[in-house]
Design a protein around this ligand. Structure first.
Ligand code: ASP
Length: 310
């Protein structure tokens, strides 16, 4: 049996030690721990990487603490538009949805696009029609309402600015969630889900639902889920860039992930981070911001649940 592992994130950004109350910090850590343990259990019981990654993201989408599913940020029209994507490293099958509303777990709809449609990427009304065809329940707006997010939006609603989630001292705190997993058979998978940016408009879409930018998985290289300034992560084709550095330059997972986050994406102005695993169960979680909500667990016995650069 080979090493199996899981890594998850709940966004990166200006997470400075001491700025959050102890209670809030504990709440974030406990939400991360819950999602981590649930999905690790799946792997332990012989479940697939794709099942574990989806399960972790569902748990994070269901928590109002993160900007995905329940707790998604508000658009300029006071609505929610969510994006998600998932990829299976064994088959290179992928599914993605964008600009959807009313769906409790966008990651499951992305998985259904992958498994139950002929397509990879469905957006907006079309994606919702697909969900209805599969008998998805359409949740009321009130399910997604979160007072904190609403206040964030009220502060900037009549301006032209749009803001990454949890922004504190500058516009850079990202609440997207993601998971990457390596199962007992050495298959890997990645999943990412987000509400995007507060006050976004014009149908703005970030990197999270874009295969190759916010999410990528290939058994031959790595599985990646990103969080950060989406526009830059799209231009940097970040997730696939890490994979390319492994495939074509022979870098290790750690070297490739760090090169992209601490050098290549920084050079073009992008801030954020990513989580990565490879088919040997190695884990890497670099970020170039003050912090990133993150957690990982490996069958080798190592568990980490962190927020700051420690
Ligand atoms: N990358 C996401 C986006 O641009 C934001 C985030 O990571 O929180 O939509």
């Amino acid at each position: 049996m080979s090493t199996f592992s899981i890594a998850i994130h709940g966004g990166a950004g200006t997470l400075v030690k001491g700025m959050m109350t102890k209670e809030k910090e504990a709440a974030y850590k406990s939400a991360l721990e819950g999602a981590l343990n649930e999905s690790y259990e799946t792997l332990l019981n012989g479940g697939s990487a794709i099942d574990a990654a989806e399960k972790a993201v569902i748990a994070l989408e269901d928590s109002p603490l993160f900007n995905a599913g329940k707790g998604s940020v508000f658009t300029a029209d006071e609505t929610h538009e969510m994006d998600a994507s998932i990829m299976d490293g064994k088959t290179l099958h992928a599914g993605a949805v964008s600009l959807i509303s009313g769906i409790k777990n966008p990651i499951s709809l992305a998985r259904d696009v992958m498994e139950k449609s002929e397509h990879v990427f469905l957006a907006g009304q079309g994606a919702l029609q697909f969900a209805k065809k599969l008998d998805y329940k359409i949740e009321d707006d009130s399910y997604f309402y979160d007072e904190f997010r609403h206040r964030q939006w009220l502060e900037i609603k009549d301006t032209d600015s749009f803001q990454l989630d949890h922004s504190a001292k500058k516009n850079s705190k990202f609440g997207t969630v993601g998971a990457v997993a390596c199962d007992k058979t050495g298959n890997i998978a990645a999943a990412t889900s987000t509400g995007g940016m507060t006050n976004k408009r014009f149908g703005r879409v970030g990197d999270s639902p874009m295969i190759g930018s916010g999410t990528y998985a290939n058994n031959a290289t790595c599985a990646i889920s990103c969080t950060g300034s989406g526009e830059y992560f799209i231009k940097g084709v970040v997730a696939y860039d890490v994979s390319c550095l492994i495939e074509f330059k022979g870098l290790s997972l750690e070297e490739a992930a760090s090169e992209v986050i601490n050098n290549r994406i920084l050079k073009i102005g992008g801030d954020g981070g990513l989580i990565a695993v490879d088919a040997l169960g190695n884990i890497s979680m670099p970020f170039n911001t003050e912090g990133m909500y993150r957690a990982s667990k490996s069958s080798k016995g190592k568990t980490e649940i962190s927020i700051y650069l420690e």
